[in-house]
Structures are given as structure tokens and as C-alpha cells.
Ligand binder design. Structure first.
Ligand code: SME
Length: 175
């Protein structure tokens, strides 16, 4: 199967995301390596979804001062900001809230961090996995940026949360 040439028809977003979820699961297969799976997931999403200029992951890290932050992981698009403090930007806010954030106009989001001036709208989906106590631990965030205003809607939120679950389940996470 050639994932690079698959066309997804987003005139029916629910069907397109269902197809994409199926193909992502097949692409990751039995592989558990975190970097390999995040890299292939970023590439699949970047090429499958129309009107994106960035698709990738930020992962939890500890900064020089010992503070918790996010560090850029596998992605497609222009080179990105490396470290983002937890709570800062859309990624940091989604990490704190542990919920998906859709930003229709990044210029109207006070704390938006502009890595690529072309970005106009954004969606950030937290990757959550159960810790030993059974609580939801933050494994990372999935960040998609678009040069189009209001690119992401409810179908994207639902579809990408499903995609995020597949990614969480497919990978061996540190810690
Ligand atoms: N815009 C993001 C930063 C990450 S980049 O866009 C890749 C934010 O505000 O969190």
C-alpha cells in the first residue's frame, strides 16, 4: 500500500477521517518506537489533510531551570520553535487544560506563538495516556497549523482526537 499517494475526500469529513484512522493504524502496524511512529504520523497527516503548513508533535520535557515544558518532536513543515513553556501558546494551553483547543484566528489568541508567519488558524490535540494511578497523563500534543482562517471545525476535532488515541495506543512512551 502506498500511503504517499492516497487521496482523502474531505467533502465528507467523517468518512475521510475514518479512512485516515484506518490507514494510520495500518501504517504504524506493530511498530512501538515513539520517534518512528510520530514521524510517520506527522507525514501522513501533513499530506492527507488539505491546507496545512505544519503538522507535528510537542513532547513533555524538563527545561534548564527544572520547569516543565514542551519540546518539539517529529513534524512536517517549516522549522519550529524548539521549547514552549507549559501554559504558553496554544500548545502549552492545551497541555494544561488536557483538552483540544481550536483557534479559528491565531491573531485573536493572545498568547499565540508564531513559528511560521503564514499560520492563520490552528488546532492542538493533547495526547493523553493512563498513568499507573489510572489518571490521564500528558504524553504530548498534536499541533496542526493552517494558512487558512478557521480551517479546523468540529469534524476535525473529532477526527483528530480519534487519530491521537491511535497514536497514544501505538507507541512505547517514556516514564
Ligand atoms: N503556534 C503554536 C506554537 C507551535 S508552532 O506553531 C509549530 C502555539 O502557539 O502553541
Amino acid at each position: 500500500m502506498s500511503f504517499a499517494t492516497t487521496h482523502y475526500d474531505f467533502t465528507d469529513p467523517a468518512q475521510a477521517y475514518a479512512d485516515l484512522a484506518r490507514d494510520l493504524a495500518a501504517l504504524l502496524g506493530a511498530e512501538r518506537d515513539l520517534v518512528a511512529n510520530l514521524a510517520n504520523a506527522a507525514a501522513l497527516l501533513y499530506h492527507a489533510l488539505p491546507d496545512l503548513n505544519w503538522a507535528g508533535f510537542y513532547l513533555p520535557a524538563i527545561g534548564a531551570t527544572g520547569a516543565r515544558e514542551l519540546i518539539v518532536g517529529p513534524f512536517q513543515g517549516r522549522p519550529a520553535c524548539v521549547r514552549i513553556a507549559i501554559g504558553r501558546g496554544v500548545c502549552g494551553a492545551a497541555a494544561v487544560r488536557r483538552e483540544t483547543i481550536v483557534v479559528p484566528d491565531v491573531a485573536a489568541f493572545d498568547d499565540h506563538i508564531a513559528c511560521d508567519a503564514a499560520s492563520r488558524s490552528e488546532i492542538v490535540v493533547p495526547l493523553l495516556r493512563p498513568d499507573r494511578a489510572g489518571d490521564a497523563a500528558l504524553a504530548g500534543v498534536l499541533d496542526l497549523d493552517s494558512p487558512k482562517l478557521a480551517r479546523f471545525g468540529d469534524a476535525d476535532r473529532a477526527g483528530l482526537e480519534r487519530i491521537a488515541n491511535i497514536i497514544v495506543g501505538a507507541c512505547e512512551w517514556p516514564g
